[in-house]
Design a protein around this ligand. Structure first.
Ligand code: URP
Ligand code: ZN
Ligand code: ZN
Length: 502
């Protein structure tokens, strides 16, 4: 029921099954002023003024998705992403995602604080859903170290991404990684890594080009799985040496996923993030005869040609070997990709996903029988909220949580297509994929922003989410290790024997 005229400020979602990461219960959900006020059976409100009732019978009521990895409006490889903060966040809402975490990336030598301000100025007036920022550390100095502290203490940033690839652009050396990870630990942040060996990629690319391999297949051939797995292991080793929690973004290969999984079994505080692209499609497309098709899938690390990769990554995600899903949404239209028509190293890296992640994961994860609805919620919202410290503000349907809610129809299907998606990019890597699991209503901080296939949201509706350092979900273990695992010197009598003269 809608009240005529003004938009209702109160919402009552009736008859659905509320799904959190730990349990599912038939419950109504009452929302007022952007917050969830009550969750319970048979809620009734005699005063119906400004109240809209939404029927969710036979549907799931889930926390809005959190995409932990996007690049909206990023200037990269000679061009700017097709999707900006407006189109990207609108598309996110249409797909059931109500918060994105984007990356502010300063050039080498530039201020992290200025990058933060610049991203905020760009994003704040445009975002249609709530968002937050990870900051990239692309060089090292005392100033960077100090700015990381300011960002963590004053600016609501508790995660920093370090690149082990993109030699001469963003890549850090191991000693710089050591310093950056140490500072993350000091200020209570999560260290994130793009784990690929940038030196080997540079050599591999030269080799492919010298062999006359200039097309998109060269992108995968110059950086095979072991280039990703080696860097993943190295990052884990360095992080462990300084007892810093590590989050490996875009885990794309079976080998790298095994490295993360083994490290977790060895007790390391490490989290792996597969992305929608890696879970929903594979790298065989790089060998497609049509150049534009093949180039459309170019991203780093690449999708893998082993077709069993997506299923394998999904199995590990279902088992908690991998923890969170993002998209690495970084879209370039075909004519932008064409910057690299004669040289794969010049193809702007990145693919879509922000709109399709939830449906792709439902289809390949839940509909396939690999995970249940609760694990779906864990990997699409609540784990990200716990790791990056905004749980239960988001990632949970509970009293006092933000009213970021999705009414999800697990039986409805939709076919993904660039013809119908809401993103600005002109193709879709999931083109033609039939997905069970469709968001029928998306609510962002108490406002119905997507319904019946239509968006109703304005730029600037979204807000920046400040995140505190030292998330307990991650740092309790780190602090415990710090206390218990401190090496101590052996108490000995001084050596009193002879010493050779040199
Ligand atoms: O291809 C990618 N991944 N583009 C975005 C930049 C990054 O490495 O995340
Ligand atoms: Zn990356
Ligand atoms: Zn990325």
């Amino acid at each position: 029921m809608r009240t005529a005229g003004m938009e209702p400020s109160r919402l009552l979602i009736k008859g659905g099954k509320v799904v959190n990461e730990d349990c599912s219960v038939l419950s109504d959900v009452y929302i007022e002023n952007g917050k969830i006020v009550e969750v319970g059976l048979n809620l009734h409100f005699p005063d119906a003024s400004g109240l809209r009732v939404i029927d969710a019978t036979d549907k799931l009521v889930i926390p809005g998705g959190v995409d932990a990895h996007t690049h909206l409006e990023l200037a990269f490889m000679g061009t700017k992403t097709a999707d900006d903060f407006h189109s990207g966040t609108k598309a996110a809402l249409a797909g059931g995602t109500t918060m994105v975490l984007d990356f502010a990336i300063p050039q080498k030598g530039k201020s992290l604080l200025e990058a933060y301000d610049c991203w905020r100025e760009t994003a704040d007036p445009k975002v249609c859903c709530d968002y937050s920022l990870h900051i990239a550390v692309t060089w090292w100095s005392d100033k960077v170290k100090k700015e990381m502290e300011t960002l963590a203490k004053e600016k609501g940033v508790n995660s920093f991404k370090m690149f082990m690839a993109y030699k001469d652009l963003y890549m850090l050396q191991d000693t710089e990684l050591y310093a950056a990870f140490s500072q993350c630990k000091e200020v209570g942040a999560i260290a994130q890594v793009h784990a690929e060996n940038g030196d080997l990629i540079a050599e591999g690319a030269k080799k492919m080009l010298s062999m006359g391999i200039t097309g998109p297949e060269g992108h995968e051939l110059c950086r095979p799985e072991e280039v990703e797995a080696e860097a993943t292991q190295r990052a884990i080793t360095i992080a462990n040496a300084v007892n810093c929690p590590l989050y490996v973004v875009h885990v794309m290969s079976k080998s790298a996923a095994k490295v993360v999984s083994n490290a977790r079994r060895d007790g390391r505080v490490v989290f792996g993030e597969p992305i929608a692209a890696g879970l929903g499609t594979d790298g065989t497309h790089y060998w497609h005869k049509e150049w534009a098709h093949a180039a459309g899938f170019v991203m780093g690390p690449p999708l893998r040609p082993d077709p069993s990769t997506p299923g394998y990554l999904m199995d590990l995600l279902a088992n908690d070997d991998l923890s969170v899903t993002g998209t690495d949404n970084c879209t370039f239209s075909v004519c932008q990709k064409a910057l690299g028509k004669d040289d794969f190293t010049k193809i702007p890296n990145g693919v879509n996903g922000v709109e399709d992640r939830m449906s792709v994961i439902w289809e390949k994860g839940v509909h396939s029988g690999k995970m249940d609805e609760n694990r779906f919620v864990a990997v699409t919202s609540s784990n990200a909220a716990k790791i990056f410290n905004f749980y239960p503000q988001k990632g949970r349907i509970a009293k006092n949580s933000d009213a970021d809610v999705v009414i999800w129809d697990p039986k409805l299907t939709r076919k993904i297509s660039a013809k119908t998606h809401h993103q600005a990019v002109d193709y879709n890597i999931f083109e033609g994929m039939e997905c069970h699991g469709v968001p029928v209503v998306t609510i962002s901080r108490g406002k119905v922003v997507y319904e019946d296939g239509r968006l109703n949201v304005s730029p600037g509706h979204g807000r920046f989410v400040h995140r505190q350092p030292f998330p307990q979900f991650v740092y309790k273990r780190i602090e415990q290790r710090e206390q218990v695992g401190k090496p101590t010197a052996v108490i000995r009598k001084p050596y009193a024997g002879k010493i050779i003269s040199v």
